[in-house]
Design a protein around this ligand. Structure first.
Ligand code: SAM
Ligand code: SF4
Length: 341
């Protein structure tokens, strides 16, 4: 445990930092947030730009972090996103490189920001789009913004924020019939689409293990239209299992699609993530029920070395897995929007 890196007792090393830049959002996806009534974290309790940049610097220069992913809530709502990305890109990892940066975004307003984000040094985007059907999009997000997302995808491609990954949560009875259309769209446009099993991280009444659309069911839907074979690339710490797909009706339409089976086939053994919430807490896992706040210690004058030590100690205690299938599983207090997905 004396190592400088973020190692846990199962020998996993965290190289990927997820930074939540806000818990606020301009959508209300059913699997993530309640329609109303979720209180925002008061601004004085959230990290300032300088505090955020300081903790990212400690993670990269003292703790071995190599990739920084900005998320939320909706990270595009953070006005200083470009400034924080530019400061991150100035850092040097233990390999002597600038950290790889990405944002996970619902893409509302990306059309206007893509150029500036690229100029700030952003490498790549993950865009969340669950369906090509505008009515289903409204049912899922409770907002009528489907066209904005499509324009955001165009802007990401035009500005070289590539490879553009698309995250798609499959919800029973809403967008499960849309899997093939979204896959065709993604393969035609050269997008790296990843279907995601819904996790129990939103409003409690929204998730039921028995109703969840599983990775196996997603694969069966894809097989109705595509020839499918397992991709040969090693998966490493990537959560998505990759499949080669070829359209049976037009074999020129061919590419790869990922499926993230977080619930039915957890990949916790290969996890390389550590998380920082917008109010300055370190979380070792999306599903952690305890977290360690760095905010108050930092505000009380802790040195970089002290903050790095607390981060290491917190990561050492990371649990082996998320235990969703354990009958005693309890969902974390925070919803996904306040954790940072
Ligand atoms: N607002 C941004 C967005 O939607 O991309 C970033 C934050 S969002 C919490 C990050 C990712 O988590 C999104 O791709 C979203 O689809 C996914 N997500 C949210 N709730 C989820 C759930 N209950 N299960 C699986 N994925 C979820
Ligand atoms: Fe907002 Fe992203 Fe959650 Fe949807 S998934 S409500 S866009 S934070």
């Amino acid at each position: 445990m004396a190592s400088a890196l973020l190692i846990d007792k199962y020998d996993r090393v965290a190289r990927d930092l997820r930074v939540s830049l806000t818990d606020r959002c301009n959508l209300r996806c059913t699997y993530c947030m309640p329609a109303e009534g979720l209180e925002w974290i008061p601004t004085p309790l959230t990290l300032s730009d300088e505090e955020t940049i300081r903790l990212i610097r400690i993670a990269v220069t003292e703790l071995g972090i190599r990739q920084v992913r900005f998320t939320g809530g909706e990270p595009l709502l953070r006005k200083s996103l470009e400034k924080i990305i530019a400061a991150t890109k100035q850092l040097q990892t233990d390999e002597g490189l600038s950290p790889h940066t990405a944002i996970t975004t619902n893409a509302l307003g990306l059309e206007r920001r893509a150029k500036g984000l690229k100029a700030a040094g952003l490498d790549r985007v993950n865009i969340s789009l669950d369906t090509l059907n505008a009515d289903h999009y409204f049912q899922l997000t409770r907002r009528n913004r489907h066209a904005d997302v499509l324009r955001g995808i165009d802007a990401a491609l035009e500005n070289g924020l590539t490879p553009v990954k698309v995250n798609s949560v499959v919800m029973p009875g809403i967008n499960d019939p849309d899997i093939v259309d979204l896959a065709l769209f993604a393969v035609r446009r050269g997008l790296n689409l990843r279907f995601i099993e819904q996790m129990p991280l939103g409003p409690r009444e929204q998730w039921a293990r028995a109703e969840m659309v599983t990775a196996a069911e997603i694969l069966t839907s894809l097989e109705s239209r595509f020839e499918i074979s397992a991709a040969s690339e090693p998966r490493g710490s990537a959560p998505a299992e990759l499949w080669n797909v070829v359209d049976r009706l037009n074999p020129k339409i061919a590419g790869q699609i990922g499926i993230i089976a977080s619930v039915s086939h957890p990949f916790c053994g290969a996890c390389d993530r550590t998380r920082l919430t917008t109010d300055g807490a370190i979380r070792t896992c999306l599903f952690s029920r305890s977290e360690t706040s760095l905010r108050d210690i930092m505000r009380a004058g802790a040195t970089d070395a002290e903050l790095a030590d607390i981060w290491r100690t917190t990561m050492w205690a990371k649990k082996a897995g998320h235990d969703i299938d354990d009958p005693n599983f309890i969902q974390p207090q925070r919803t996904m929007s306040a954790i940072g997905g």
